[in-house]
Design a binder for this molecule. Structure first.
Ligand code: NDP
Length: 516
């Protein structure tokens, strides 16, 4: 089944937004059935170069539009998105196989982004008066200049949220954007791009290219003025190295092997509800989902019993309504990766408490939510990201063991701590090496708090999205300083020794009066 609204006419209209001259196309998969969903055009490196050049032209005009006049476009986009949510959810589900509940949460994220930056951007991007070199004699202003053309490269798991939470601040900051969505999930991204143009975005300011990452993605990194990337740590390293060669900036939102800690004083039913929600969101194909659960021995048996009851009761279905708790994995590749991790763990002695098998009768890529114990370091799933509905539970004796084991990974994206005591949870949170720590929640409160930066420590990334940093990273800081009297070039008639004396007195005065 394909949702009725995904017609050939709609696909053709959306694909007109793609900069592609090859005449070639990719077929994308209807995840719930394995059949063909749509054909999307293939771009070449030359298309990328032309898209970047044309975007550069459009950006020159856009940079002269006052921030206050850019914002209404995004506010109209917000309204259009709310008006077209159901169609977008259909496309998202068909392209990713996620449940409608997960799809709805995904669409909510850019709505929060628009609301936040519409309020904050005018002030954050306004010229800021800074202390000049000498009070009263030098006037210094910090300006925020757009980078120019920002390249944004996104993966397939949260294709709509990850593209729009990044490109909205990039555009508000005065840039043009060249966007490369993952091919499989291009349609939902194009649907959003179409809404942005309907909202009044100047033509040509946001361009879309589609193609293999090593070809089209690389061409973006080689031509854009800044790159915002979300994807695997392996690709992130390649992009950072390439951007480094050109001395352009990049932000990298990468993988994770996230821990969830249930402390001795946790409210166990609350911890169970939070763990189920976060571990199996989008079938675990979420960078922030925990895959390692560290549970204090005092509550271990209670937690495991309740957790298993919830997990085994989850409803898996290919349903375009809100009846399913969990949908499908997105591709054959993900199904194989998840199967490999679980079979490896089983072969090396892990215990499968529930799940552990594919469910082809529901759809070609469905896999059961799976809970493992006795997972040891030689198993693939111990510290490699599975990116599927597979978690391992570990019994810990105390907080120190939980913290040490949580931190014993090369990743540092997200962590969750469950405790009834705020001070206890905060004490533990402060010792976790992760870019976001959620207390009494899995990941939603951290990601959804748009006023605070979100991103990874260690191998989980570089830079942040959301918050002040999520906007200012798309700008160059420019310091414009003006001397009000000839301070640095004394008049010719003044002996230089006198000038030195005068400057020394001035510096002393400034220090003594505490102005500096
Ligand atoms: P990849 O790194 O394989 O791909 C991500 C995007 O990069 C795709 O559009 C891909 O294109 C493109 N790409 C691939 N190779 C290159 C290259 N050499 N140069 C430029 N672009 C390239 O990641 P996955 O598809 O496997 O995505 C899942 C990963 O993303 C997981 O590790 C997950 O943890 C991480 N992720 C991180 C998030 C965060 O916010 N920290 C959020 C979501 C996911 P194509 O595939 O079309 O060839």
């Amino acid at each position: 089944m394909i949702p009725e609204m995904i017609t050939d006419a709609l696909v053709a209209r959306l694909c007109e937004r793609v900069s592609a001259s090859t005449g070639d196309s990719f077929g994308t998969v209807n995840v719930f059935t394995g059949g063909t969903l749509a054909k999307v055009p293939r771009s070449s490196p030359r298309d990328v170069a032309e898209a970047v050049e044309a975007a550069r032209e459009a950006q020159r005009l856009w940079a002269n539009v006052a921030v206050e006049d850019r914002i209404p476009i995004f506010e109209r986009f917000h309204g259009l998105l709310l008006g077209h949510t159901e169609e977008l959810l259909d496309i998202l589900q068909a392209e990713t196989g996620k449940s409608r509940k997960d799809a709805f949460l995904e669409v909510s994220a850019p709505l929060v982004t628009v609301g936040y930056y519409a309020r904050k951007a005018p002030k954050l991007l306004a010229p800021q008066r800074r202390q000049g070199m000498m009070p009263g004699l030098v006037k210094t202003t910090e300006l925020r200049v757009p980078k120019g053309v920002v390249g944004i490269i996104t993966p397939w798991n949260y294709p709509f949220a990850l593209a729009f939470t990044d490109l909205i601040p990039a555009l508000i900051a005065g840039n043009a954007v060249v966007l490369k969505p993952d091919t499989q999930t291009a349609l939902c991204t194009l649907f959003g791009v179409d809404l942005l143009y309907q909202a009044g975005l100047p033509q040509g300011l946001l361009r879309v290219v589609i193609g293999d990452g090593p070809v089209v993605g690389t061409a973006i990194v080689d031509t854009a003025d800044y790159v915002g990337f979300t994807g695997s740590t392996r690709t992130g390293r390649e992009i950072a190295a390439r951007a480094g060669q050109r001395l352009i900036g990049c932000s990298l939102e990468l993988g994770g092997k996230n821990p969830l800690l249930v402390l001795a004083d946790a409210n166990v039913p609350q911890a169970v509800a939070g763990a189920v929600q976060t571990c199996f969101s989008n079938s675990g194909q979420l960078c922030m989902s925990p895959e390692r659960l560290f549970v204090h021995t005092a509550v271990y048996d209670d937690f495991v019993q309740r957790f298993l009851a919830e997990v085994t009761g989850m409803n898996l279905a290919a349903a375009y309504d809100y009846s399913a708790d969990m949908g499908s994995l997105t591709s054959q590749r993900q199904l194989e990766a998840v199967t490999r991790h679980v079979e490896d763990a089983r072969a090396k002695g892990a215990t499968v408490l529930t799940g552990g098998k594919a469910r082809p009768e529901l759809g070609p890529f469905f896999y059961e939510p799976t809970v493992l114990t006795d997972v040891t370091p030689e198993m693939l799933c111990y510290d490699n990201e599975t990116f599927g509905p597979v978690v391992s539970i570990h019994r810990v004796a105390d907080d120190t063991e939980a913290i040490n084991r949580a931190n014993a990974t090369s990743y540092g994206l997200n962590a969750s701590v469950f405790s009834k005591s705020t001070s206890h949870a905060e004490l533990v949170a402060a010792q976790l090496k992760a870019g976001t720590v959620n207390i009494n929640d899995g990941h939603v409160v951290g990601f959804g708090s748009a006023d605070a930066p979100m991103g990874g420590m260690k191998d989980s990334g570089l830079g942040r999205r959301n918050g002040t940093e999520g906007l200012l990273k798309y700008t160059e800081a420019q310091n414009v300083s003006r001397q009000l009297v000839p301070l640095t070039t004394p008049p010719r008639w003044l002996p230089f020794g006198w000038y030195v004396k005068g400057m020394r007195s001035l510096l002393r005065l400034v220090r003594r009066t505490g102005i500096r």
